[in-house]
Design a binder for this molecule. Structure first.
Ligand code: AHR
Length: 665
């Protein structure tokens, strides 16, 4: 009953808003919070994270490896490496030179380098890192490499960390010996902090040395893991308390061609055996070419599951459905060759959840996690459209449901939130009885404000919705001029009241993309920006964080004159009860440039006389956070008071306000 009233109210409210225009500035708006009628549970998965290796988000970002092309597997095997005193083209090789050597044809770890040291005084091999290396004074770094003597006697390798000016800021000498491959390590503690450091290798003796897997990690990774993740970046994610982690994308799942699709089986097991792959964002955009962007898969599926577990988030892997990115080649696997793709999905479920007696459960055990990851969701295809997707999806759907009836399958409605592809996909997926459909929208801030009622009319008995990729674009989709400004974040905050008001239907949501390296990005806007030393959350991040950390457990309604607040007079609102904390939680967004005086009337439960409001605001819609001003736009918490069952509030211009007040049971 209440659902019906609120949903129809959304449409009525829009008409009312159009008719009456703005309220006089100081008129009080009376809002009623209906605490006695819960509409639907808010799913723990309501606010989550979308992760894709775009913008150097994995290699060069979250994955803490500091050496680019550590195992010489890029298409140009010496990319990222330089030999300043050795130039083959001018026959200047007196000091020595390194050449790539192939082990054998095959997938994994194809190359190593043969370093010929002719003059130990002169020969140097440098790695430039990912737009430099961020090195911190006094912190420990773990340097490792594999080596074998091939000729003569190169008796030691000296590793030196260099500052921006090329001066040593820490070094270690590592003796090497033996004609068989062996692993070596050293610890370095630099004496200076630099943003754009680099690494230099020099050698003692002359001869030829084989080198491979040259790696440098900070010791202080997330949870101190070797082969670990960058601590500051994971911390920003953990602070969001996300309900799920979707991985590994995005278009990266599909690949520009099928050969370059993401194949999870190639991302597990020992890191040195994971074959590298060119990153599909490498040369996608003419305006942001990144030819040195590859996937080492050091952050692979095991690590994604582990990260989900660390974050307390449901793992939500998305797999290729046998269609390459339809914005690129759209290459299709023939239907009679689809089976290996389906098998990948079935095997992934075994990898995540199977007992250690199963082949893939055993792989998980061997990687150090005998307990299952308890994966509940799997996504089939990313942004596919048309009959080609539906016919492939049906095969996956049948096979997964048959073998693993408890697994929830996430399907996709294509790249756009309306239009022919969308309509067709939704219609067909509903016919099949799809459980959860992923929708994507990269639209203007205006669109987000106008679409706060988008889900009011969705069938409560139809598929559930995963708003899997969305972000307001200040200029246009994929424009390099897009900004993470307050205008975009405020519009998303307004829209999110609509997601929350429709929690019966919308059960998972995530902003996209997640992360971007300040110098290595291809796509903007992004929720978190980082360089090699620092990271910060954008205003969009704080909006996501405020929603996710104030989710509540049960949806209730908040109305004005019996209608939901969906933008009439520039006011948007949603409300939940938090039955664990016994608090009522309100999100109110004022998108106007004027303050709003409101009176909150709490009905159905007695509320306490004190509460809090977290306010995220800025006077200017063009304001942004930056490395120099990382928390320019960030929440400020204030106390609020309640008299009896009412509370008077002033909502600042351009503000998101999250109110929490305890109630008596
Ligand atoms: O988030 C960036 C890209 O946008 C994703 O990879 C893709 O799914 C969407 O088109």
């Amino acid at each position: 009953m209440i659902n019906q009233r609120i949903r129809t109210a959304g449409v009525a409210a829009f008409i009312t808003a159009t008719l009456i225009g703005s309220n006089p500035i100081n008129a009080q708006q009376e809002l009623t919070v209906h605490m006695n009628e819960t509409i639907a549970p808010i799913q723990p998965t309501m606010y989550g994270i979308f992760f894709e290796d775009i913008n150097f988000a994995a290699d060069g970002g979250l994955y803490a490896e500091m050496i680019k092309n550590r195992s010489f597997e890029f298409t140009l095997p010496m990319m990222g490496w330089t030999q300043p005193n050795s130039d083959r083209h001018s026959f200047n090789e007196e000091s020595g030179y390194a050449l790539p050597v192939k082990y054998a044809e095959g997938d994994a770890n194809q190359n190593f380098i043969r370093v010929q040291v002719k003059n130990a005084e002169g020969y140097e091999l440098h790695n430039e890192g990912f737009r430099g290396m961020g090195i911190k004074e006094g912190e420990a770094y773990r340097f490792t490499f594999d080596a074998k003597q091939m000729q003569g006697n190169v008796s030691s390798v000296t590793v030196t960390l260099l500052n921006d000016a090329g001066k040593s800021i820490g070094e270690a000498i590592i003796p090497v010996s033996g004609s068989e491959w062996a692993s070596y390590k050293a610890e370095l503690i630099p004496n200076e902090t630099v943003m754009k450091g680099s690494l230099k290798l020099t050698f003692e003796g002359t001869g030829e040395l084989g080198l491979d897997m040259v790696s440098l990690f900070p010791k202080d990774t997330w949870k101190g893991r070797e082969n670990g993740l960058r601590k500051d970046l994971v911390q920003l994610l953990a602070d969001m308390d996300p309900g799920f982690l979707r991985f590994p994308g995005g278009c990266i799942v599909e690949g520009r061609t099928l050969a370059r699709r993401y194949q999870w089986k190639k991302t597990v097991g020992p890191v040195e055996e994971r074959p590298n792959l060119i990153n599909r964002w490498n040369t996608e955009f003419e305006h942001r070419l990144t030819p040195d962007y590859y996937q080492s898969f050091g952050l692979g599926f095991f690590e994604y599951f582990q990260l989900s577990e660390d974050l307390g988030a449901e793992p939500l892997p998305i797999l290729s459905c046998g269609i390459a990115c339809q914005f690129n080649t759209g290459e299709l696997v023939p239907m009679d060759e689809l089976q290996p793709y389906v098998q990948d999905a079935l095997d992934l479920i075994e990898f995540a959840n199977g007992s250690t007696d199963t082949p893939w459960g055993k792989v998980r055990e061997d990687m150090g996690h005998p307990e299952p990851f308890n994966m509940k969701y799997i996504g089939v295809g990313n942004e596919q459209w048309g009959p080609e997707y539906i016919e492939r999806y049906k095969v996956f759907n049948e096979a997964i449901q048959f073998k693993y009836p408890d697994i929830i399958i996430v399907s996709g409605s294509g790249p756009f939130p309306e239009g022919d592809y969308f309509e067709y996909g939704m219609k067909e997926l509903k016919k099949i009885g799809a459980e959860i459909i992923d929708e994507h929208y990269y639209k203007s801030p205006q669109w987000f404000k106008e679409n706060a009622t988008r889900y009011d009319s969705y069938d409560r008995n139809g598929p559930k919705i995963f708003a899997g990729e969305y972000a307001a674009q200040s200029v246009a989709i994929a424009s390099p001029e897009n900004k993470n400004n307050w205008d975009t974040a405020l519009a998303e905050a307004a829209f999110m009241t609509g997601l929350e008001r429709n929690a019966e239907v919308v059960q998972l949501t995530s902003y996209a993309p997640l992360m971007a390296h300040a110098e290595g990005w291809q796509w903007t806007p992004d929720m978190i920006w980082f360089n090699n030393l620092e990271s910060y959350g954008t205003p969009n991040y704080y909006v996501q964080k405020l929603y996710a950390t104030n989710r509540g457990t049960d949806l209730i309604s908040i109305t004005q004159d019996g209608m939901s607040l969906t933008g009439q007079d520039d006011l948007f609102a949603s409300a939940t009860l938090d039955s664990e904390a016994n608090e009522v939680v309100l999100k109110m967004v004022n998108t106007s440039d004027k303050p709003k005086e409101i009176v909150l009337n709490f009905e159905g439960k007695k509320v306490k006389s004190q509460g809090t409001v977290q306010v995220l605001r800025d006077d200017s819609l063009t304001s942004e956070n930056s490395f120099d001003s990382q928390e320019e736009i960030s929440p400020v918490t204030k106390a609020i008071s309640v008299k009896g069952s009412t509370s008077k509030q002033t909502l600042a211009p351009y503000s998101l306000n999250v109110v929490r007040i305890a109630f008596k049971k």
